[in-house]
Ligand binder design. Structure first.
Ligand code: AMP
Ligand code: ZN
Length: 112
């Protein structure tokens, strides 16, 4: 999608610190980390948020969670949090579906 930051990152048009890539998804470190380990996993296809997941595109979400499980094992992350913000009130600032993966510090519940 034109003028989408994460579409451009997935396409390599904007530089990022890559963690992982395959045909369907791209993972990269967050530019403003909120934990000692903080990366994002995004579908290469533009999907605006969880709210835009449909029967036609939902398989990539399961794929992304498989990738998160694999990366967490490879990076030795025993405990971590996966977050997706949907809408401005929930803190979404980039309107391309992404899952934050945060690890390496104590976390509180409920989230702020
Ligand atoms: P959210 O606020 O949930 O939409 O998450 C967007 C995330 O993207 C934030 O944690 C930002 O720090 C991160 N971010 C924004 N621009 C970049 C970038 N160029 N490279 C890596 N992460 C970014
Ligand atoms: Zn996009």
């Amino acid at each position: 999608m034109q003028d989408c930051l994460f579409c451009k990152i997935a396409a390599g048009e904007i530089p990022s610190k890559k963690v992982y890539e395959d045909d369907l998804c791209y993972a990269f470190f967050d530019i403003d980390p909120q934990a000692p380990t903080h990366f994002l996993v995004i579908p290469k296809q533009h999907i605006a948020s969880v709210s835009a997941v449909t029967a036609e595109n939902q398989s990539v979400v399961g794929h992304i969670f498989g990738v998160i499980a694999k990366l967490s094992q490879e990076l030795g992350m025993e405990s971590y949090r996966v977050v997706s913000n949907i809408g401005e009130q929930a803190g979404q600032s980039v309107f391309h579906l992404h899952f934050h993966v945060l690890s390496g510090r104590d976390m509180t519940w409920p989230p702020g």
